[in-house]
Design a protein around this ligand. Structure first.
Ligand SMILES: [Zn+2]
Ligand SMILES: [Zn+2]
Length: 86
């Protein structure tokens, strides 16, 4: 049994997430893990649950948000490579 560090639920299926700096966090659900750990888009403030976009050390939920905030590097970011079905 382990206690979720976000909501305090003591749950038998709680799990741990280890970060790149070696810290370990315990959660009872992905929802609580997202609440605590997901980066926040610097343009629209949504939680970044998928891959997101990192430009110059800043995190964005999508290419549009990166282009809206970042300078020349952000302007190059695209959500797709442009190959669309005919
Ligand atoms: Zn929880
Ligand atoms: Zn965004």
């Amino acid at each position: 049994m382990a206690t979720c560090e976000v909501c305090g639920n003591d749950y038998w299926m709680a799990f741990e997430v280890r970060t790149v700096n070696g810290a370990t966090h315990t959660f009872d659900s992905f929802e609580c893990a997202i609440q605590k750990m997901a980066p926040i888009c610097e343009h629209c403030q949504t939680k970044i649950v998928g891959h997101g976009v990192e430009v110059s050390g800043r995190f964005f939920c999508c290419a549009h948000c990166a282009r809206a905030v970042e300078g020349p590097q952000g302007a190059e970011v695209r959500d797709a490579v442009g190959a669309r079905p005919a």
